[in-house]
Design a protein around this ligand. Structure first.
Ligand code: CA
Ligand code: CA
Length: 241
């Protein structure tokens, strides 16, 4: 765990709205947390209270936990749901089961379809996951205000589903308001709230590849190339929000 690396950041929903065309009230705000939270390959995995950031890997704690990736399979990750929690199906996946991988720019809101307990399959179908890659799981949960909120978690999958990490996650603090799978700081490949030579080095090191378990494929088009480099250069410096 790298709990000491938690970075809480709040930024105006208006910035997100530009990218995702969501409708947000003036008080809406996305809460973003960089956590690098390893999900143990166990029957418990990790239970996370989205709003407080509290988590546990040993039992159904902390109080009010909302999302729970877990499991020992090498070809799937299980996603356990508590009352009110749902995991979004990829909008392009038809009625497929377990198609939980979302692309960049996906809107998570009231019109989406949500599974209860479901899985993140390793496979080639729409909404399935690839080893050594990253992707987004959209979810809904019941907040401390007893209302439905929307959020996403950004997962890194290693060589198999037994190696996975919640890189970061975000949720909309205003109940009922949609959220998009849009990172708060494009080009921050190594998520430390700064776009710098470390991010540039990661891009160059992954040049020509599909990206891998680090988000070097910034624009999510399946290849690391000049477009991703341009995103790093254009975002150079401290992330502002
Ligand atoms: Ca960085
Ligand atoms: Ca790319």
């Amino acid at each position: 765990m790298k709990d000491q690396n938690h970075i809480d950041r709040h930024f105006a929903a208006s910035a997100i709205a530009l990218a995702t065309a969501i409708v947000a009230s003036t008080n809406a705000a996305v809460v973003y947390r960089s956590v690098n939270l390893v999900v143990p390959a166990t029957v418990d995995g990790v239970y996370l209270n989205v709003e407080s950031g509290a988590f546990s890997t040993t039992a159904t704690t902390p109080a009010g936990w909302d999302i729970n990736p877990y499991g020992t399979s090498s070809t799937a990750i299980s996603l356990f749901a508590t009352t009110g929690t749902g995991y979004m199906r990829n909008p392009g996946a038809g009625t497929a089961a377990g198609a939980t991988r979302l692309d960049l720019g996906t809107t998570i809101g009231s019109t989406a379809f949500y599974y209860g307990n479901t899985i993140a399959n390793i496979g080639t179908g729409v909404g399935q996951w690839t080893a050594n890659s990253t992707g987004y799981v959209g979810f809904r949960f019941v907040g401390g205000d007893s209302l439905v909120h929307y959020g996403w978690m950004h997962l890194s999958i290693g060589s198999n589903a037994g190696t996975r990490t919640i890189i970061d996650y975000a949720y909309e603090s205003t109940a009922g308001v949609s959220i998009g799978t849009t990172p708060p700081c494009a080009g921050d490949v190594i998520r430390d709230n700064m776009v710098d030579g470390i991010d540039l080095g990661a891009i160059l090191g992954a040049w020509g590849s599909t990206g891998g378990a680090i988000d070097t494929d910034v624009n999510n088009d399946g290849i690391v190339n000049g477009l991703d480099l341009a995103a790093v250069l254009s975002g150079w410096g401290p992330c502002s929000n």
